[in-house]
Design a protein around this ligand. Structure first.
Ligand code: AMP
Ligand code: MG
Length: 518
């Protein structure tokens, strides 16, 4: 396996001068050199062939011991120097100080077909940033990150990717519910891939420490490698940089809202500077449409990161980034203008996105109201978001509409007449509105099916794959992986996954309740 290694980050950003792998505050540095931990019995469970080929790794090469040892941290690729990154963050609205890669170790950068990729292991052992934890990851959270990051990619949502999912062969102690009952679980490692793993928190840490020299070095590096079209460093370009990060963040969140993805932990250390979905922890997919839903039990009380609040939280995080960049811009007005624009853009893009889900292409003054009524209706009784929107593309007439979406209701038999009337009224309005459209119903269906996925990684699906994997059976991981590569296609042979969450999963840990314990 010959990789085209090209390390920009470690050569251009300041390194921690301390070489010992001890937990501490790391000053004047963007990263610390650290080696992954050797594991007892590494075993690869799945490889994303598509991602491997993006790195210039052949299918045959992924089957070698060398590949296995690299992606589990048991061997170091020649002439490379693994490292953990230093960053800070605002967690659940509060400043948390230094966080950093506590359980992630970056291996190297690969340049292939004019793209530069960072290869990072999650769960490969402790680093100076591990604080009180062990630097390891367990099988359940690794299966979830592996499947979801690739699924997001195929849904067309900006995201970090995954190369491989492996068992380490070590046992890892976890208290899943934080209730004082820790138990051993199988340790696992995901090799994840991104053009950059820099986060808002990577910038915040320098500003918080008044280290403006390194803040500028980091911003200049980021623009040079990831926003090269912005040109040479200048105040104007720093403003343009912030503007583009804002726009990318908004685009990502609009996509989350479109497919019903709830990140669960939108802390600033989990916000990618490239506007990619990053750090798949206690995330979840909406089943019943509900603006108030969050999968994260740690956030159960305030529901800060609930589905309907994600756009606001994106903005809140961008305020923190603006504060972090302020010292090298020294002008509040342009930053405030960009932040204000986010809200305007959100309203406009959200409307466009919802209209696309409904198959509406022309402008009509009543569209916003039609959409708001729909969102109200979807929350009257438990109604499956994915099934509802997918079925809607087969809409023909208001008369048979309730039957069309019957499958989306969790308890169709017990829906009151009042609720049925409300729905029928909405469908009449929708039918009237469709009259104004200029395209054929076939064309409309085609467009709707391209934005309303048929298959998403429902929480119970991951849990089934995890339960099987825990027993040593990995076929479901592959089945879901293949299914989610074509989320918008009909795949009639896979119809069983186009169904509501089964009752057994309603209150099961891992399906509706997830904690940060990964
Ligand atoms: P998260 O919000 O889950 O992405 O993580 C917040 C912080 O906790 C990051 O700095 C992580 O690196 C760190 N962290 C989470 N789990 C572990 C672990 N098992 N060992 C070390 N650090 C961890
Ligand atoms: Mg994180």
């Amino acid at each position: 396996m010959k990789l085209n290694i090209k390390n920009t980050l470690t050569t251009e950003l300041p390194a921690d001068v301390v070489k010992e792998n001890t937990r501490r505050q790391v000053e004047n540095a963007a990263f610390s050199y650290v080696l992954p931990k050797k594991t007892a019995k590494p075993e690869i469970l799945h490889v994303s062939k598509e991602m491997a080929s993006e790195l210039g790794i052949s299918n045959t090469e992924t089957k070698t011991d060398f590949f296995k040892n690299i992606v589990t941290g048991n061997d170091i690729y020649p002439n490379t120097t693994p490292y953990a990154m230093c960053y800070a963050g605002h967690q659940f609205g509060n400043w948390a100080g230094q966080l950093g890669d506590g359980r992630a170790i970056n291996l190297f950068e690969v340049e292939y077909q004019n793209k530069n990729w960072k290869v990072q292991l999650k769960g490969a052992g402790e680093t100076p940033y591990s604080r009180t934890a062990d630097g390891l990851a367990v099988l359940r959270s690794s299966v979830r990150e592996y499947l979801c990051s690739e699924a997001m990619f195929y849904l067309g949502v900006p995201t970090t990717r995954a190369l491989s999912l492996s068992l380490s062969g070590d046992a890892v102690l976890r208290d899943v519910l934080y209730d004082g009952n820790p138990a051993y679980e199988k340790g696992a490692i995901v090799a994840r891939i991104s053009p950059s793993f820099l986060r808002f928190g990577s910038f915040e840490i320098f500003t918080a420490r008044d280290d403006l020299k390194n803040l500028k070095v980091l911003v200049d590096y980021t623009i040079k490698h990831h926003f090269p079209h912005l040109g040479a460093p200048s105040k104007e370009n720093y403003i343009a940089f912030f503007k583009e990060v804002t726009e990318r963040t908004l685009k990502m969140i609009i996509d989350w809202q479109r497919v019903g993805f709830v990140h669960g932990v939108m802390n600033t250390d989990n916000m990618s500077i490239l506007g990619l979905t990053i750090d798949f922890g206690p995330y979840g997919w909406l089943e019943g449409f509900d603006f108030g839903w969050t999968p994260n039990t740690t956030d159960r009380q305030h529901k800060r990161y609930r589905y309907g609040n994600q756009p606001n939280m994106g903005l809140w995080n961008l305020y923190q980034l603006a504060n972090a960049l302020y010292p090298i811009i020294e002008d509040v007005t342009p930053l405030e203008t960009i932040l204000k624009q986010y809200t305007t853009d959100f309203e406009q893009q959200s409307l466009t996105m919802m209209k696309s889900k409904l198959g509406l292409s022309i402008s009509d003054a009543d569209d916003l109201q039609l959409i708001q009524r729909l969102e109200d209706n979807l929350q009257l009784v438990e109604t499956d978001m994915t099934i509802f929107f997918r079925k809607l593309s087969d809409f023909t007439d208001a008369e048979s509409s309730l039957l069309l979406i019957e499958k989306a209701f969790y308890d169709f038999e017990n829906i009151s007449n009042e609720v049925k009337d409300t729905w029928n009224l909405w469908f009449k309005k929708y039918a009237n509105r469709l009259q104004k459209e200029l395209i054929s119903s076939e064309e409309r269906k085609q467009k709707m099916d391209a934005v309303n996925p048929k298959y998403v990684l429902r929480n119970y699906m991951s849990q089934m794959a995890i339960d099987e994997a825990d027993k040593g059976n990995y076929t479901l991981i592959d089945e879901l992986f293949q299914l989610l590569k074509k989320p918008y296609e009909t795949q009639p042979e896979q119809e069983k996954w186009f169904s509501k969450r089964p009752e057994w999963a309603r209150n099961k840990v891992g399906c509706s309740m997830l904690s940060c314990s990964s």
